[in-house]
Write a protein that binds this ligand. Sequence first.
Ligand code: 9MR
Length: 460
Amino acid sequence: MRHIPKSRHVLAGSLGLLVAAGALTVASTANAATTLGASAAASGRYFGTAVAAYKLSDSTYSGILNREFNSITPENEMKWDATEPQQNQFSFGSADQIVARARSIGAKVRGHALAWHQQQPGWTSSLSGTALRNAMLNHVTQVATHYKGQIDSWDVVNEAFEDGGSGARRDSNLQRTGNDWIEAAFRAARAADPAAKLCYNDYNTDGQNAKSNAVYAMVQDFKARGVPIDCVGFQSHFNAQSPLPSDYQANLQRFANLGVDVQITELDIEGSGTAQANSYAAAVRACLAVTRCNGITVWGIRDSDSWRASGTPLLFDNSGNKKAAYNSVLDVLNSVTTPTSPPTSPPTSPPTSPPTSPPTSPPTSPPAGSGCTSTITLNQWNGGFVATVRVTAGANRLNGWTVNVTLPAGAAVTNAWNAQVSGTSFSNVSYNGSVNAGATTEFGFQGTGTGPSVSTCTGR
Ligand code: 9MR
């Protein structure tokens, strides 16, 4: 079982604030749907669960599955060891059973996972180089072809980046076949099933940190070079050591801004009672605030079904009763029935997110007539940074803004989101130039070296 590392590069210092603020805004509507799937569908989303084929004969389990969920991810049944136990001999029985159940209840299927360093069949260990690369591509092709037309989204590649601050690819037998193994897998999947959305899926990428920055750079590069990628999955396994990050929504949004869907793919949150319910509400609210966050999957049904059952991280207790977390998720789903923002524009004042973390630089004092201030929040690691810049309008409404930053020697900006960048000058884009008096908008940029702490804002 994979261990979730405790080291994180973004600390969720304001989780308590997030939760407290969120709890006040939950509201039910008169025509609220009464199941997770139906409520999510009201805003065009799915609400799914991981399913184990051998549990489908359990009537409590099946009853909840059939009633509540409109998407299913096979928890283990589509993995390489399960589907190709001997090279080029495929075994689809258990996965087919799950796909048949999904069809019978009108649920989508998330395919999980075509290429992963874990849960490989034993025979791969004697292969390397071109032989392993070809075996992997054959696997992707055969499995995606078998399920052609039946998969909403495929996790084509799972967990390919290292934890910690390196931003590097994870060493694995697949990585050792050459750095282009990921794009080769995506191209093979597209050729086999052109209708499926193709996702990259990972953990500890839920907030902005070195690992998620590396995934972000890969997705940006794939989009620029025409490598087929349609979505990014954020596993979202949370507990006390690895809590829901305060910049979860901002992180989902920056990926969405690259032109991919974002999906919460393996959500579970250890805990109990109100605290757990509030964290679940905050996670779901973040997805609902991002138009291209089009689905949420929890990693199991009852606590006892979880890969980490002792942490009671799911929405139903061991007997199948709804927990407080279930009710809070349903309430949040029912509080929104239409997407809240256009595809690429974060709301100027996000309804659900508090400041991502305390500003690291004092607000600039507005030069007379400029009408805006800017503050920079830095996520700095050895060799690079992500800066989140908050622009606040003064006494008058802004019709546009420019923020100039002073970069320390040796630093460079590599890319920006929600702003046009020219050197160290960042200006609004079409959807965030208009900021009401006293209101705020945010943009961000990534760079190498040491990030800036000084900025000036000029309004129009
Ligand atoms: O929940 C899965 C568990 O039953 C398996 O034993 C485990 C083996 O690696 O994989 C679990 O699912 C993982 C998923 O496939 C990828 N992300 C992390 C999940 C939890 O470990």
